[in-house]
Design a protein. Structure first.
Length: 246
């Protein structure tokens, strides 16, 4: 990381200055969801970046400073923003708050999922020049506290492996049943960003956790109707309960 010391804040992709970003960051894919989270859950939220429309806000939750910033879609985008946040903004923990397609019939739409690890069809980890396949893990202390918070709030959750894909499952050229091979290996759900986020956290020696809301089930074809963000509230509240632990 030291070979990038010539990069200062603001970075090429983030207009914020160092002290504009909190040590704890919520990381939704959608910048408009970042705006909704900031205005709904944080006090005194102010916009700190908008480069390429990737909105970021910093405010307080209780008395704790929190930044919420979009990651964009896919591992390449999320990995880039996460690397800058960890490396140049002194961020300690990034908690991804996203949506997922559930793979197991036991996972109902509306359930939240904690990612213990992620598998992938991406070549993202080739950059680390490891002599094998890297399987990154989420931060256990964050996962443990998040699970306790969900239990306290009687929120249905599952914890396990994700499949992070470079392709959106419905558009996979192999057809819409490609997910079944991953489901057979116990993967709970699919997203696009977690593998790259967890790899980046590992490389930067920082902490990350992905919390997802199941909005569609590949197993049962159920989906959450409507585009409202309110269905994400249990996940956001669970994620924000972690802010005080950073």
């Amino acid at each position: 990381m030291h070979h990038h010391s010539q990069i200062h804040t603001p970075t090429p992709h983030n207009a914020a200055h160092e002290n504009d970003i909190a040590p704890f960051v919520l990381f939704p894919g959608d910048p408009l969801r970042a705006e909704w989270i900031a205005h709904t859950f944080l006090t005194d939220a102010r916009q700190v970046t908008a480069i390429r429309g990737m909105l970021g806000f910093t405010g307080t939750y209780g008395t704790t400073p929190v930044t919420v910033m979009g990651s964009g879609m896919g591992g390449a985008s999320a990995g880039l923003y996460a690397y800058e946040l960890f490396s140049f903004y002194h961020v300690d923990a990034i908690v991804r708050v996203g949506t997922a397609a559930g793979f197991q019939p036991t996972i109902k739409v509306g359930d939240i999922i904690f990612a213990m690890t992620a598998s992938t069809d991406s070549n993202y980890a080739v950059q680390y020049q490891l002599p094998g396949l890297f399987s990154p893990a989420g931060d256990f202390s964050l996962l443990q506290k998040a699970a306790a918070a969900a239990e306290q709030r009687a929120i249905r959750y599952a914890a396990g492996a994700l499949f992070s894909s470079d392709t959106y499952s419905e558009y996979n050229a192999r057809g819409t049943d490609a997910w079944q091979t991953w489901a057979r290996m116990g993967c709970l759900a699919q997203d696009m960003e977690t593998y790259a986020l967890y790899c980046t956290a590992a490389y930067c020696q920082k902490r990350a956790l992905t919390i997802l809301t199941t909005v569609y089930s590949s197993a049962t074809h159920e989906s959450i109707e409507g585009a409202g963000f309110d269905k994400l509230t249990p996940m956001i509240e669970t994620a924000l309960s972690l802010a005080t632990y950073v």
